[in-house]
Design a binder for this molecule. Structure first.
Ligand code: UDP
Length: 314
Protein backbone atom coordinates (compact mmCIF):
# COMPACT_ATOMS: atom_id res chain seq x y z
CA UNK A 1 0.00 0.00 0.00
CA UNK A 2 2.74 2.44 1.01
CA UNK A 3 4.66 2.19 -2.25
CA UNK A 4 1.74 2.51 -4.64
CA UNK A 5 1.64 5.41 -7.06
CA UNK A 6 -0.43 8.25 -5.51
CA UNK A 7 -3.41 9.60 -7.43
CA UNK A 8 -4.16 13.33 -7.30
CA UNK A 9 -7.24 15.13 -8.57
CA UNK A 10 -6.57 18.75 -9.56
CA UNK A 11 -9.57 20.99 -10.23
CA UNK A 12 -8.70 23.96 -12.42
CA UNK A 13 -5.87 21.90 -13.95
CA UNK A 14 -5.82 24.02 -17.13
CA UNK A 15 -5.38 27.25 -15.19
CA UNK A 16 -2.21 29.15 -14.35
CA UNK A 17 -1.59 27.57 -10.93
CA UNK A 18 -3.44 24.30 -11.58
CA UNK A 19 -1.27 23.48 -14.58
CA UNK A 20 1.99 24.24 -12.76
CA UNK A 21 0.79 22.12 -9.84
CA UNK A 22 -0.07 19.29 -12.23
CA UNK A 23 3.43 19.43 -13.72
CA UNK A 24 5.02 19.25 -10.27
CA UNK A 25 2.83 16.32 -9.20
CA UNK A 26 3.56 14.36 -12.39
CA UNK A 27 7.29 15.05 -11.90
CA UNK A 28 7.03 13.68 -8.34
CA UNK A 29 5.42 10.44 -9.46
CA UNK A 30 1.71 11.18 -9.05
CA UNK A 31 -0.97 10.07 -11.42
CA UNK A 32 -3.02 13.23 -12.01
CA UNK A 33 -6.67 13.53 -12.99
CA UNK A 34 -7.15 17.12 -14.13
CA UNK A 35 -10.58 18.72 -14.28
CA UNK A 36 -11.39 22.04 -15.94
CA UNK A 37 -14.27 23.64 -17.83
CA UNK A 38 -11.99 26.17 -19.61
CA UNK A 39 -13.95 29.18 -18.37
CA UNK A 40 -10.66 30.89 -17.57
CA UNK A 41 -8.25 27.98 -18.11
CA UNK A 42 -6.59 27.17 -21.43
CA UNK A 43 -5.83 23.95 -23.26
CA UNK A 44 -2.40 25.45 -24.11
CA UNK A 45 -1.43 25.12 -20.43
CA UNK A 46 -1.83 21.32 -20.46
CA UNK A 47 -1.19 20.47 -24.14
CA UNK A 48 2.32 19.23 -23.28
CA UNK A 49 0.77 16.54 -21.03
CA UNK A 50 -1.21 15.02 -23.89
CA UNK A 51 -0.32 11.34 -24.25
CA UNK A 52 1.36 11.22 -20.82
CA UNK A 53 0.11 7.99 -19.17
CA UNK A 54 0.18 9.73 -15.78
CA UNK A 55 -2.25 12.46 -16.84
CA UNK A 56 -5.93 12.12 -17.53
CA UNK A 57 -8.15 15.08 -18.34
CA UNK A 58 -11.87 15.51 -17.74
CA UNK A 59 -13.67 18.55 -19.13
CA UNK A 60 -16.25 19.32 -16.49
CA UNK A 61 -17.68 22.12 -14.39
CA UNK A 62 -16.75 21.16 -10.80
CA UNK A 63 -20.00 22.56 -9.45
CA UNK A 64 -21.61 19.44 -11.01
CA UNK A 65 -21.45 16.08 -9.23
CA UNK A 66 -17.94 14.62 -9.48
CA UNK A 67 -17.85 10.91 -10.17
CA UNK A 68 -14.49 9.21 -10.57
CA UNK A 69 -13.67 5.53 -10.66
CA UNK A 70 -10.74 4.15 -8.70
CA UNK A 71 -8.76 5.37 -5.72
CA UNK A 72 -7.86 8.99 -5.09
CA UNK A 73 -5.28 10.04 -2.49
CA UNK A 74 -5.24 13.82 -2.84
CA UNK A 75 -7.80 16.40 -4.02
CA UNK A 76 -6.40 19.85 -4.85
CA UNK A 77 -9.25 22.33 -5.40
CA UNK A 78 -7.84 25.11 -7.60
CA UNK A 79 -10.77 25.85 -9.93
CA UNK A 80 -11.92 29.49 -9.84
CA UNK A 81 -11.74 32.68 -11.81
CA UNK A 82 -8.95 34.51 -9.98
CA UNK A 83 -8.36 37.93 -11.47
CA UNK A 84 -10.47 40.93 -10.41
CA UNK A 85 -11.56 41.47 -14.05
CA UNK A 86 -12.56 37.81 -14.43
CA UNK A 87 -14.62 37.65 -11.30
CA UNK A 88 -16.23 40.99 -12.08
CA UNK A 89 -17.41 39.45 -15.37
CA UNK A 90 -18.26 36.07 -13.84
CA UNK A 91 -19.56 36.85 -10.34
CA UNK A 92 -22.07 34.01 -10.18
CA UNK A 93 -19.70 31.37 -11.54
CA UNK A 94 -17.08 32.62 -9.08
CA UNK A 95 -19.50 32.26 -6.17
CA UNK A 96 -20.64 28.85 -7.41
CA UNK A 97 -17.18 27.34 -7.85
CA UNK A 98 -16.07 28.57 -4.43
CA UNK A 99 -19.20 27.28 -2.71
CA UNK A 100 -20.84 24.45 -4.68
CA UNK A 101 -17.54 23.46 -6.31
CA UNK A 102 -15.80 23.26 -2.94
CA UNK A 103 -18.71 21.18 -1.61
CA UNK A 104 -18.40 18.73 -4.53
CA UNK A 105 -14.60 18.53 -4.24
CA UNK A 106 -14.88 17.90 -0.47
CA UNK A 107 -17.55 15.28 -1.14
CA UNK A 108 -15.14 13.53 -3.51
CA UNK A 109 -12.36 13.64 -0.90
CA UNK A 110 -14.70 12.23 1.75
CA UNK A 111 -15.91 9.43 -0.53
CA UNK A 112 -12.36 8.47 -1.53
CA UNK A 113 -10.86 9.04 1.95
CA UNK A 114 -8.46 11.41 0.23
CA UNK A 115 -6.66 14.40 1.69
CA UNK A 116 -8.10 17.73 0.51
CA UNK A 117 -6.44 21.10 -0.09
CA UNK A 118 -8.33 24.30 -0.85
CA UNK A 119 -6.60 27.10 -2.78
CA UNK A 120 -7.71 30.04 -0.67
CA UNK A 121 -6.42 33.56 -1.03
CA UNK A 122 -5.03 36.69 0.57
CA UNK A 123 -8.34 38.25 -0.59
CA UNK A 124 -9.99 36.75 2.48
CA UNK A 125 -8.14 39.52 4.38
CA UNK A 126 -9.96 42.11 2.19
CA UNK A 127 -8.49 45.62 2.43
CA UNK A 128 -6.39 44.64 5.44
CA UNK A 129 -6.16 46.75 8.58
CA UNK A 130 -3.30 44.60 9.91
CA UNK A 131 0.03 44.64 8.08
CA UNK A 132 1.68 42.31 7.17
CA UNK A 133 -1.14 39.77 7.32
CA UNK A 134 -0.75 36.80 9.70
CA UNK A 135 -3.14 33.84 9.45
CA UNK A 136 -4.81 34.92 12.71
CA UNK A 137 -6.14 38.12 11.10
CA UNK A 138 -9.88 37.81 10.32
CA UNK A 139 -9.95 40.34 7.52
CA UNK A 140 -11.82 43.42 6.36
CA UNK A 141 -14.06 42.43 3.44
CA UNK A 142 -16.88 44.38 1.78
CA UNK A 143 -19.42 41.60 1.21
CA UNK A 144 -21.43 43.58 -1.36
CA UNK A 145 -18.57 45.23 -3.27
CA UNK A 146 -17.23 44.10 -6.66
CA UNK A 147 -14.70 41.76 -5.02
CA UNK A 148 -17.26 40.29 -2.62
CA UNK A 149 -18.12 37.42 -4.96
CA UNK A 150 -14.54 36.13 -4.87
CA UNK A 151 -13.64 37.03 -1.29
CA UNK A 152 -16.82 35.61 0.22
CA UNK A 153 -16.73 32.47 -1.96
CA UNK A 154 -13.22 31.75 -0.67
CA UNK A 155 -14.21 32.56 2.92
CA UNK A 156 -17.15 30.15 2.54
CA UNK A 157 -14.76 27.58 1.02
CA UNK A 158 -12.51 27.80 4.09
CA UNK A 159 -15.53 27.44 6.41
CA UNK A 160 -16.82 24.44 4.44
CA UNK A 161 -13.37 22.86 4.51
CA UNK A 162 -13.17 23.18 8.31
CA UNK A 163 -16.74 21.80 8.63
CA UNK A 164 -15.82 18.68 6.61
CA UNK A 165 -12.69 18.37 8.69
CA UNK A 166 -14.53 18.65 12.00
CA UNK A 167 -17.69 16.74 11.15
CA UNK A 168 -16.54 14.15 8.60
CA UNK A 169 -12.91 13.95 9.77
CA UNK A 170 -11.63 14.62 6.24
CA UNK A 171 -7.91 15.47 6.31
CA UNK A 172 -7.84 19.05 5.04
CA UNK A 173 -5.32 21.77 4.23
CA UNK A 174 -5.95 25.49 3.57
CA UNK A 175 -3.42 27.56 1.66
CA UNK A 176 -3.87 31.33 1.43
CA UNK A 177 -2.20 32.30 -1.81
CA UNK A 178 -0.79 35.81 -2.23
CA UNK A 179 -0.06 37.52 -5.57
CA UNK A 180 1.77 35.09 -7.82
CA UNK A 181 3.29 35.52 -11.28
CA UNK A 182 4.95 33.48 -13.98
CA UNK A 183 4.47 31.87 -17.38
CA UNK A 184 0.90 30.75 -18.29
CA UNK A 185 -0.83 33.77 -16.78
CA UNK A 186 -3.44 34.89 -19.29
CA UNK A 187 -2.22 37.94 -21.13
CA UNK A 188 -5.60 39.70 -20.95
CA UNK A 189 -6.72 38.64 -17.48
CA UNK A 190 -6.36 42.23 -16.30
CA UNK A 191 -3.95 41.43 -13.49
CA UNK A 192 -1.06 43.73 -12.97
CA UNK A 193 1.71 41.39 -14.18
CA UNK A 194 0.25 40.51 -17.61
CA UNK A 195 -1.01 44.10 -17.99
CA UNK A 196 2.30 45.82 -17.25
CA UNK A 197 4.48 43.28 -19.09
CA UNK A 198 2.38 43.26 -22.26
CA UNK A 199 2.15 47.06 -22.26
CA UNK A 200 5.91 47.42 -21.73
CA UNK A 201 6.80 44.89 -24.43
CA UNK A 202 4.69 46.88 -26.91
CA UNK A 203 6.17 50.21 -25.67
CA UNK A 204 2.62 51.31 -24.82
CA UNK A 205 1.76 53.37 -21.71
CA UNK A 206 1.91 51.34 -18.50
CA UNK A 207 -1.41 51.81 -16.68
CA UNK A 208 -0.92 52.35 -12.95
CA UNK A 209 -4.23 52.50 -11.08
CA UNK A 210 -4.79 55.25 -8.51
CA UNK A 211 -1.60 56.98 -7.42
CA UNK A 212 0.26 53.70 -7.50
CA UNK A 213 1.02 53.87 -3.79
CA UNK A 214 -0.88 50.63 -3.08
CA UNK A 215 1.45 47.72 -2.39
CA UNK A 216 1.63 44.06 -3.38
CA UNK A 217 4.22 41.32 -2.83
CA UNK A 218 4.85 38.99 -5.78
CA UNK A 219 5.79 35.32 -5.53
CA UNK A 220 7.22 33.37 -8.45
CA UNK A 221 5.04 30.43 -9.40
CA UNK A 222 7.64 27.67 -8.80
CA UNK A 223 8.20 28.89 -5.23
CA UNK A 224 4.46 29.00 -4.59
CA UNK A 225 3.77 25.51 -5.91
CA UNK A 226 6.61 24.04 -3.83
CA UNK A 227 5.14 25.65 -0.70
CA UNK A 228 1.67 24.30 -1.48
CA UNK A 229 3.03 20.79 -2.11
CA UNK A 230 4.81 20.88 1.26
CA UNK A 231 1.61 22.02 2.97
CA UNK A 232 -0.40 19.14 1.51
CA UNK A 233 2.24 16.66 2.66
CA UNK A 234 2.47 18.21 6.15
CA UNK A 235 0.19 17.35 9.05
CA UNK A 236 -0.97 20.95 9.64
CA UNK A 237 -4.71 21.57 9.13
CA UNK A 238 -5.06 25.31 9.82
CA UNK A 239 -4.56 28.01 7.14
CA UNK A 240 -1.03 28.81 5.96
CA UNK A 241 -0.02 31.89 3.96
CA UNK A 242 2.18 31.17 0.96
CA UNK A 243 3.65 34.18 -0.80
CA UNK A 244 6.71 36.34 -1.13
CA UNK A 245 7.04 39.06 1.52
CA UNK A 246 9.03 41.44 -0.71
CA UNK A 247 6.59 44.35 -0.84
CA UNK A 248 6.54 47.17 -3.38
CA UNK A 249 4.27 49.94 -4.58
CA UNK A 250 2.64 49.65 -8.01
CA UNK A 251 4.71 52.61 -9.24
CA UNK A 252 7.91 50.80 -8.18
CA UNK A 253 6.64 47.64 -9.84
CA UNK A 254 5.84 49.48 -13.10
CA UNK A 255 9.35 50.98 -13.10
CA UNK A 256 10.87 47.54 -12.49
CA UNK A 257 8.97 46.05 -15.43
CA UNK A 258 9.88 48.94 -17.75
CA UNK A 259 13.52 48.38 -16.79
CA UNK A 260 13.37 44.60 -17.16
CA UNK A 261 11.78 44.80 -20.62
CA UNK A 262 14.10 47.64 -21.74
CA UNK A 263 10.93 49.43 -22.73
CA UNK A 264 10.34 53.01 -23.85
CA UNK A 265 6.94 52.99 -22.11
CA UNK A 266 5.88 55.80 -19.79
CA UNK A 267 3.62 55.40 -16.76
CA UNK A 268 0.06 56.74 -17.02
CA UNK A 269 -2.37 56.91 -14.11
CA UNK A 270 -5.91 55.46 -14.33
CA UNK A 271 -8.73 55.43 -11.75
CA UNK A 272 -8.31 53.07 -8.82
CA UNK A 273 -10.87 50.22 -8.91
CA UNK A 274 -13.35 50.13 -6.00
CA UNK A 275 -12.13 48.31 -2.86
CA UNK A 276 -8.62 47.80 -4.27
CA UNK A 277 -6.59 46.75 -1.19
CA UNK A 278 -4.15 49.50 -0.17
CA UNK A 279 -1.48 47.13 1.09
CA UNK A 280 -0.72 43.45 1.04
CA UNK A 281 2.22 41.44 2.33
CA UNK A 282 2.16 37.93 3.75
CA UNK A 283 3.49 37.11 7.17
CA UNK A 284 5.13 33.78 6.34
CA UNK A 285 6.36 32.88 9.82
CA UNK A 286 4.16 29.75 9.84
CA UNK A 287 5.27 28.51 6.41
CA UNK A 288 8.91 28.96 7.42
CA UNK A 289 8.45 27.13 10.70
CA UNK A 290 6.02 24.37 9.78
CA UNK A 291 6.95 23.72 6.14
CA UNK A 292 10.60 24.86 6.24
CA UNK A 293 9.62 26.90 3.21
CA UNK A 294 10.46 30.36 1.98
CA UNK A 295 10.61 31.82 -1.52
CA UNK A 296 13.93 31.52 -3.35
CA UNK A 297 13.40 33.12 -6.77
CA UNK A 298 14.40 36.79 -6.99
CA UNK A 299 11.98 39.16 -8.73
CA UNK A 300 14.52 39.94 -11.48
CA UNK A 301 14.93 36.22 -12.31
CA UNK A 302 11.21 35.44 -12.15
CA UNK A 303 10.48 38.42 -14.37
CA UNK A 304 13.04 37.27 -16.96
CA UNK A 305 11.14 33.99 -17.45
CA UNK A 306 7.75 35.68 -17.32
CA UNK A 307 8.73 38.33 -19.87
CA UNK A 308 10.16 35.65 -22.20
CA UNK A 309 6.81 33.83 -22.01
CA UNK A 310 4.75 36.94 -22.72
CA UNK A 311 6.99 37.83 -25.68
CA UNK A 312 5.74 34.62 -27.32
CA UNK A 313 2.12 35.68 -26.70
CA UNK A 314 2.09 39.41 -27.51
N1 UDP B 1 -3.07 47.44 -11.22
C1 UDP B 1 -2.58 48.53 -11.89
N2 UDP B 1 -2.65 48.55 -13.26
C2 UDP B 1 -3.18 47.53 -13.99
C3 UDP B 1 -3.69 46.40 -13.29
C4 UDP B 1 -3.62 46.41 -11.90
O1 UDP B 1 -2.06 49.50 -11.29
O2 UDP B 1 -3.22 47.61 -15.23
C5 UDP B 1 -2.98 47.44 -9.75
C6 UDP B 1 -4.30 47.13 -9.04
O3 UDP B 1 -5.03 48.32 -8.84
C7 UDP B 1 -3.80 46.54 -7.73
C8 UDP B 1 -2.49 45.85 -8.12
O4 UDP B 1 -2.12 46.40 -9.37
O5 UDP B 1 -3.54 47.54 -6.79
C9 UDP B 1 -2.63 44.34 -8.26
O6 UDP B 1 -3.73 44.08 -9.08
P1 UDP B 1 -4.13 42.64 -9.61
O7 UDP B 1 -5.34 42.82 -10.46
O8 UDP B 1 -2.96 41.98 -10.21
O9 UDP B 1 -4.49 41.78 -8.32
P2 UDP B 1 -5.03 42.07 -6.85
O10 UDP B 1 -3.81 41.98 -6.00
O11 UDP B 1 -5.64 43.44 -6.77
O12 UDP B 1 -6.00 41.00 -6.62
Amino acid sequence: MKNKQPTSVVTGAAGFLGSHLTDLLVSRGHKVIGIDNFVTGSVDNIAHLGGNPNFKFIQQDVTEFLFLEGPVDYVWHFASPASPIDYLELPIQTLKVGSLGTHKALGLAKEKKARFLIASTSEIYGDPLVHPQPEEYWGNVNTIGPRGCYDEAKRFAEAMTMAYHREHKVETRIVRIFNTYGPRMRINDGRVVPAFVSQAIKHKPVTVFGQGTQTRSFCYVSDLIEGIYRLMMSNYDLPVNIGNPTEMTMVQFAEEIIRATKSKSKIVFKPLPQDDPKQRKPDITKAKKILKWEPKVKLADGLTDTIAYFRTKV
